[in-house]
Ligand binder design. Structure first.
Ligand code: DXP
Ligand SMILES: NCC(=O)COP(=O)(O)O
Length: 239
Protein backbone atom coordinates (compact mmCIF):
# COMPACT_ATOMS: atom_id res chain seq x y z
CA UNK A 1 0.00 0.00 0.00
CA UNK A 2 1.35 3.43 -0.93
CA UNK A 3 1.94 5.63 2.13
CA UNK A 4 0.35 9.08 1.83
CA UNK A 5 2.21 12.00 3.39
CA UNK A 6 0.00 15.09 3.55
CA UNK A 7 1.91 18.37 3.33
CA UNK A 8 0.07 21.08 5.28
CA UNK A 9 2.31 24.00 4.28
CA UNK A 10 -0.38 25.79 2.35
CA UNK A 11 -2.88 25.79 5.16
CA UNK A 12 -0.28 27.98 6.81
CA UNK A 13 0.04 30.02 3.62
CA UNK A 14 -3.60 31.10 4.00
CA UNK A 15 -3.06 31.95 7.67
CA UNK A 16 0.08 33.96 6.93
CA UNK A 17 -1.77 35.99 4.31
CA UNK A 18 -3.25 37.91 7.28
CA UNK A 19 -0.53 37.04 9.83
CA UNK A 20 -3.31 35.70 12.06
CA UNK A 21 -4.15 32.43 13.89
CA UNK A 22 -6.42 30.64 11.39
CA UNK A 23 -6.56 28.32 9.56
CA UNK A 24 -4.31 26.36 11.91
CA UNK A 25 -2.09 23.74 10.20
CA UNK A 26 -2.16 21.77 13.46
CA UNK A 27 -5.93 21.33 13.16
CA UNK A 28 -5.49 20.51 9.46
CA UNK A 29 -3.01 17.79 10.38
CA UNK A 30 -5.47 16.19 12.81
CA UNK A 31 -8.20 16.22 10.14
CA UNK A 32 -5.75 14.79 7.58
CA UNK A 33 -5.04 11.92 9.96
CA UNK A 34 -8.79 11.27 10.26
CA UNK A 35 -8.97 11.24 6.47
CA UNK A 36 -6.33 8.54 6.22
CA UNK A 37 -2.93 10.27 6.08
CA UNK A 38 -0.03 7.95 6.91
CA UNK A 39 2.23 10.92 7.59
CA UNK A 40 2.22 14.67 8.03
CA UNK A 41 4.77 16.71 6.09
CA UNK A 42 5.73 20.27 6.94
CA UNK A 43 8.38 22.55 5.49
CA UNK A 44 9.99 25.04 7.89
CA UNK A 45 11.47 27.38 5.32
CA UNK A 46 14.26 29.83 6.16
CA UNK A 47 11.93 32.67 5.10
CA UNK A 48 9.06 31.28 7.25
CA UNK A 49 6.61 32.16 4.51
CA UNK A 50 4.16 29.51 5.73
CA UNK A 51 5.02 27.00 8.51
CA UNK A 52 6.20 28.75 11.69
CA UNK A 53 8.40 27.50 14.52
CA UNK A 54 5.30 27.31 16.75
CA UNK A 55 3.65 24.99 14.24
CA UNK A 56 6.59 22.59 14.42
CA UNK A 57 6.50 22.56 18.24
CA UNK A 58 2.76 21.82 18.41
CA UNK A 59 2.73 19.36 15.49
CA UNK A 60 5.43 17.31 17.22
CA UNK A 61 3.19 17.14 20.32
CA UNK A 62 -0.05 16.31 18.49
CA UNK A 63 0.60 14.34 15.29
CA UNK A 64 0.09 10.61 15.89
CA UNK A 65 1.24 9.37 12.46
CA UNK A 66 4.68 9.72 10.86
CA UNK A 67 6.20 13.22 10.93
CA UNK A 68 8.22 14.40 7.92
CA UNK A 69 10.12 17.65 8.52
CA UNK A 70 11.24 19.33 5.29
CA UNK A 71 14.20 21.67 5.58
CA UNK A 72 17.11 23.28 3.79
CA UNK A 73 20.72 22.41 4.72
CA UNK A 74 20.83 25.51 6.90
CA UNK A 75 22.56 25.12 10.27
CA UNK A 76 19.83 26.90 12.26
CA UNK A 77 16.94 24.92 10.76
CA UNK A 78 18.88 21.65 11.05
CA UNK A 79 19.30 22.46 14.75
CA UNK A 80 15.54 22.99 15.10
CA UNK A 81 14.89 19.64 13.41
CA UNK A 82 17.41 17.85 15.63
CA UNK A 83 15.63 19.26 18.69
CA UNK A 84 12.15 18.43 17.34
CA UNK A 85 13.16 14.85 16.46
CA UNK A 86 10.63 14.08 13.68
CA UNK A 87 10.54 10.58 12.23
CA UNK A 88 11.97 11.86 8.93
CA UNK A 89 14.02 14.82 7.77
CA UNK A 90 13.70 15.62 4.05
CA UNK A 91 16.45 17.93 2.82
CA UNK A 92 15.24 20.26 0.07
CA UNK A 93 16.78 23.20 -1.79
CA UNK A 94 15.43 26.68 -1.06
CA UNK A 95 15.85 30.10 -2.61
CA UNK A 96 14.15 33.25 -1.41
CA UNK A 97 12.95 34.25 -4.87
CA UNK A 98 11.20 30.95 -5.62
CA UNK A 99 7.41 30.72 -5.72
CA UNK A 100 7.76 27.07 -4.67
CA UNK A 101 10.53 24.51 -4.65
CA UNK A 102 11.95 24.67 -8.16
CA UNK A 103 14.36 21.75 -8.45
CA UNK A 104 15.97 18.98 -6.49
CA UNK A 105 19.14 19.14 -4.43
CA UNK A 106 22.34 19.04 -6.46
CA UNK A 107 23.81 16.17 -4.47
CA UNK A 108 26.66 15.73 -6.94
CA UNK A 109 27.99 19.27 -6.55
CA UNK A 110 26.94 20.13 -3.00
CA UNK A 111 27.75 16.90 -1.19
CA UNK A 112 29.77 18.49 1.61
CA UNK A 113 26.99 20.69 2.92
CA UNK A 114 24.37 17.97 2.42
CA UNK A 115 26.52 15.32 4.12
CA UNK A 116 26.97 17.60 7.15
CA UNK A 117 23.20 18.06 7.52
CA UNK A 118 22.60 14.31 7.08
CA UNK A 119 25.15 13.49 9.79
CA UNK A 120 23.47 15.87 12.28
CA UNK A 121 20.00 14.48 11.54
CA UNK A 122 21.23 10.89 11.84
CA UNK A 123 22.95 11.70 15.15
CA UNK A 124 19.56 12.91 16.38
CA UNK A 125 17.99 9.58 15.41
CA UNK A 126 16.10 11.01 12.44
CA UNK A 127 15.61 9.04 9.22
CA UNK A 128 16.95 11.00 6.25
CA UNK A 129 15.70 11.62 2.71
CA UNK A 130 16.91 13.85 -0.11
CA UNK A 131 14.62 15.70 -2.53
CA UNK A 132 16.25 15.19 -5.93
CA UNK A 133 15.53 15.56 -9.62
CA UNK A 134 14.86 12.21 -11.32
CA UNK A 135 18.42 11.73 -12.57
CA UNK A 136 20.25 8.39 -12.02
CA UNK A 137 23.48 10.24 -11.20
CA UNK A 138 21.71 12.11 -8.38
CA UNK A 139 20.26 8.86 -7.07
CA UNK A 140 23.74 7.32 -7.09
CA UNK A 141 25.20 10.34 -5.28
CA UNK A 142 22.44 10.17 -2.66
CA UNK A 143 23.08 6.48 -2.06
CA UNK A 144 26.77 7.25 -1.40
CA UNK A 145 25.70 9.64 1.37
CA UNK A 146 23.90 6.83 3.15
CA UNK A 147 20.39 8.28 3.25
CA UNK A 148 17.36 6.12 4.01
CA UNK A 149 15.25 7.39 1.10
CA UNK A 150 15.16 9.68 -1.89
CA UNK A 151 12.11 11.71 -2.85
CA UNK A 152 11.91 12.16 -6.61
CA UNK A 153 10.80 15.61 -7.73
CA UNK A 154 7.61 15.10 -9.74
CA UNK A 155 7.21 18.77 -10.67
CA UNK A 156 8.39 18.39 -14.30
CA UNK A 157 6.12 15.33 -14.67
CA UNK A 158 3.16 17.29 -13.28
CA UNK A 159 3.75 20.24 -15.61
CA UNK A 160 4.36 18.14 -18.74
CA UNK A 161 1.62 17.36 -21.24
CA UNK A 162 0.94 14.31 -23.43
CA UNK A 163 4.16 12.84 -24.91
CA UNK A 164 6.38 14.98 -22.72
CA UNK A 165 4.62 13.60 -19.64
CA UNK A 166 5.38 10.06 -20.75
CA UNK A 167 9.04 11.03 -21.07
CA UNK A 168 9.02 12.43 -17.52
CA UNK A 169 7.27 9.30 -16.26
CA UNK A 170 9.96 7.14 -17.85
CA UNK A 171 12.62 9.21 -16.03
CA UNK A 172 10.84 8.54 -12.75
CA UNK A 173 10.57 4.80 -13.47
CA UNK A 174 14.29 4.58 -14.30
CA UNK A 175 15.22 6.40 -11.09
CA UNK A 176 12.86 4.15 -9.16
CA UNK A 177 14.82 1.15 -10.35
CA UNK A 178 18.11 2.84 -9.41
CA UNK A 179 16.73 3.72 -5.96
CA UNK A 180 15.56 0.16 -5.32
CA UNK A 181 18.94 -1.21 -6.48
CA UNK A 182 20.62 1.10 -3.97
CA UNK A 183 18.38 -0.26 -1.18
CA UNK A 184 16.81 3.11 -0.46
CA UNK A 185 13.10 3.81 0.04
CA UNK A 186 11.47 5.39 -3.01
CA UNK A 187 9.37 8.49 -2.30
CA UNK A 188 7.99 11.10 -4.70
CA UNK A 189 6.31 14.47 -4.49
CA UNK A 190 5.61 17.99 -5.77
CA UNK A 191 2.71 18.95 -8.00
CA UNK A 192 0.89 15.62 -7.64
CA UNK A 193 -2.90 15.85 -7.81
CA UNK A 194 -6.08 13.77 -8.09
CA UNK A 195 -5.63 13.19 -11.84
CA UNK A 196 -1.87 12.75 -12.29
CA UNK A 197 -1.10 10.72 -9.15
CA UNK A 198 -2.05 7.24 -10.42
CA UNK A 199 0.82 6.74 -12.85
CA UNK A 200 3.36 7.80 -10.22
CA UNK A 201 1.79 5.59 -7.55
CA UNK A 202 2.08 2.65 -9.95
CA UNK A 203 5.85 3.04 -10.39
CA UNK A 204 7.43 -0.22 -9.16
CA UNK A 205 9.01 0.11 -5.70
CA UNK A 206 7.16 3.38 -4.97
CA UNK A 207 6.62 3.46 -1.19
CA UNK A 208 5.47 6.97 -0.28
CA UNK A 209 3.95 10.02 -1.94
CA UNK A 210 4.02 13.47 -0.35
CA UNK A 211 1.16 15.64 -1.56
CA UNK A 212 0.15 19.05 -0.32
CA UNK A 213 -0.96 21.83 -2.60
CA UNK A 214 -3.63 19.84 -4.47
CA UNK A 215 -5.07 18.36 -1.26
CA UNK A 216 -5.21 21.74 0.46
CA UNK A 217 -6.80 23.21 -2.67
CA UNK A 218 -9.47 20.47 -2.60
CA UNK A 219 -9.87 20.95 1.16
CA UNK A 220 -10.94 24.55 0.58
CA UNK A 221 -14.00 23.09 -1.19
CA UNK A 222 -14.78 19.88 0.72
CA UNK A 223 -12.80 20.03 3.94
CA UNK A 224 -9.43 18.50 4.81
CA UNK A 225 -10.73 15.16 6.07
CA UNK A 226 -12.70 14.49 2.85
CA UNK A 227 -9.92 15.84 0.60
CA UNK A 228 -7.45 13.41 2.15
CA UNK A 229 -9.98 10.56 2.08
CA UNK A 230 -10.51 11.14 -1.65
CA UNK A 231 -6.76 10.90 -2.32
CA UNK A 232 -6.54 7.84 -0.07
CA UNK A 233 -9.27 6.11 -2.09
CA UNK A 234 -7.41 6.79 -5.35
CA UNK A 235 -4.16 5.37 -3.96
CA UNK A 236 -5.90 2.34 -2.48
CA UNK A 237 -7.25 1.46 -5.92
CA UNK A 238 -3.80 1.59 -7.41
CA UNK A 239 -1.51 -0.37 -5.15
C1 DXP B 1 9.81 19.86 -1.66
C2 DXP B 1 8.42 20.10 -2.12
O1 DXP B 1 8.06 19.93 -3.25
C3 DXP B 1 7.45 20.60 -1.16
O2 DXP B 1 7.35 19.77 -0.09
C4 DXP B 1 7.85 21.96 -0.69
O3 DXP B 1 7.35 22.19 0.60
C5 DXP B 1 7.27 22.94 -1.67
O4 DXP B 1 7.57 24.21 -1.17
P1 DXP B 1 6.35 25.15 -0.75
O5 DXP B 1 5.57 24.38 0.28
O6 DXP B 1 7.03 26.34 -0.20
O7 DXP B 1 5.57 25.36 -2.02
N1 LIG C 1 7.76 17.10 -0.99
C1 LIG C 1 6.55 17.35 -1.75
C2 LIG C 1 5.46 17.78 -0.83
O1 LIG C 1 5.58 17.64 0.38
C3 LIG C 1 4.21 18.35 -1.37
O2 LIG C 1 4.45 19.10 -2.53
P1 LIG C 1 3.14 19.76 -3.19
O3 LIG C 1 2.12 18.66 -3.34
O4 LIG C 1 2.65 20.81 -2.23
O5 LIG C 1 3.59 20.31 -4.51
Amino acid sequence: MIELGVNIDHVATVRQARRTYEPDPVVAAALAEQGGADGITFHLREDRRHIQDRDVDVLMQTVTVKTNFELACADDVVAIACHAKPDWGLLVPESREEVTTEGGLDVINDKGRIAKAIARLKDAGILTSLFIDPEPAQVEAAAKLGVDAVELHTGPYALAKHDARQVELSRLVACGQATQSANMRLHAGHGLNYTNVRDVAMIPAMVELNIGHSIVSRAVMVGMREAVAEMRRILDLVA
